[in-house]
Design a protein around this ligand. Sequence first.
Ligand SMILES: Nc1ncnc2c1ncn2[C@@H]1O[C@H](COP(=O)(O)OP(=O)(O)OP(=O)(O)O)[C@@H](O)[C@H]1O
Ligand SMILES: C[C@@](O)(CCO)CC(=O)[O-]
Length: 504
Amino acid sequence: MTQRVSNGVGGLAHEQPDHVHLNGNGNSNSVANGTNGGVLTVRRKMDRKKSSPMMPAFMVSAPGKVIVFGEHAVVHGKAAIAAAISLRSYLLVTTLSKSKRTVTLRFPDIDFNHTWNIDDLPWSTFSHPSKKKYYYDLVTTVDPELVAAIQPFLADVSPHKDSHERKVHQNSAGSFLYMFLSLGSQSFPGCQYTLRSTIPIGAGLGSSATIAVCLSAALLLQLRTLSGPHPDQPPDEARLQIERINRWAFVYEMFIHGNPSGVDNTVSTQGKAVMFQRKDYGMPPSVRPLWDFPELPLLLVNTKTAKSTQHEVAKVARLKNTHPKLVGSILDAIDKVTESSHELIEEQDFDTENEECLRRVGELMTINHGLLVSLGVSHPRLERVRELVDHEGIGWTKLTGAGGGGCSITLLRPDVPRKKLDRLEEQLEEEGYQKFETTLGGDGVGVLWPAVIRNGMDEDEEGGMEIDLENFLKAEGNEGVEKLVGVHGGGGEREGWKFWRVES
Ligand SMILES: Nc1ncnc2c1ncn2[C@@H]1O[C@H](COP(=O)(O)OP(=O)(O)OP(=O)(O)O)[C@@H](O)[C@H]1O
Ligand SMILES: C[C@@](O)(CCO)CC(=O)[O-]
């Protein structure tokens, strides 16, 4: 009974100010877990008396990432270093009027749109005492019986799409429903989740993790289990909330990918850069923030060759099964590369403008790439980037993310003549590559509550510009999305967006 309240049932649609403190001590567990029965009783009575005004539309945003060292090895318990990038996903959450009992998932970037009747969903299966999970639980496996209970609700997803696209849509729908049914309850209000992203899909930049993080944060906010972000929030409280968002984002990733390490959702939630390791899948990973991660001069190139993370991860697992000792040594070697690079960038006198420092990081990148090639996860298009960069002597290149296509990163030597860079860029363009400008180490998950943007323009006088479904869907391309709702909005931080600050 108490847990019903703690999970937001019935209490959802109350006024939600800029930030909500579930209790005053920064540890929402005691109230929300139902250990403080007195407080809950009072709350429930109040819930019944009050009318429930609708929650305002709000937005959540999360960044993509690059893995600088350690992809694939991280799936096998080794360390990886990853950093957030400035490309982001944006999720608009709109609550429907009380009489509308539907939930809609709308992903225009992949032409996906589906609506379910909330009351038809298999709530009883998910809330059975043997299955029920709570927002504070650590879920490390996807339950096959719960997955089976969702299947009938995927049957009429995108029936007119070709089988590949349909599978992608069903996968998105399935992971959303799994999280929605695990966290929510039948009295969840009708709502729409609309997502747009500036991250290329399936390019190794963690696009799926950003969706996982946005949806996880949105649901936890709707359930009033997060009391932030807000500027005077103690770092410990912010850390706890970030941890909860991350745990549920991982569940979404498990559904999409099968066996993710969790590094993508972790860096997307927390932002900046992290050293990540998950030795035991039954336990939370070790996450060491790298607050002073250097601003490395990186060139990010998209091969525009689609890949499947699941496929590449499975390929390495197969190779490891066939040659356990050999592949084990390759994974150990990658671990050593990550460790060495960590030691290097943490050195007091590490300087991104110093040629020797860059050369040492660059050599480690080259070694890391070679080891990934030996695991079979490169691609001729990735090797071509390396060939072009090496030919001009411009820097050091490695694949980033799952490989098999996707993106590469090149650490640029200092003082590369502009002419050489231009020549490389022309050649890449001619061969159908896409170059990205991005900065490393940005903010993690952020919230715009309510969905109102202030642009320093006249309309701010009247309370800013409201972001609604229509203007969000109409925004043209990545630039339009960034201009309309971007956390940077064309330069500097934009007023309104708030981030959990976990530094210190
Ligand atoms: N903009 C988007 N809108 C909706 N779904 C998306 C979007 N971007 C990614 N996805 C989902 O994520 C999947 C791609 O995930 P995948 O892990 O293969 O790529 P990635 O996350 O970009 O790469 P990596 O895991 O190597 O970093 C898509 O099939 C789709 O389900
Ligand atoms: C290939 C991989 O190591 C990184 C994908 O971005 C997979 C994972 O860590 O889940």
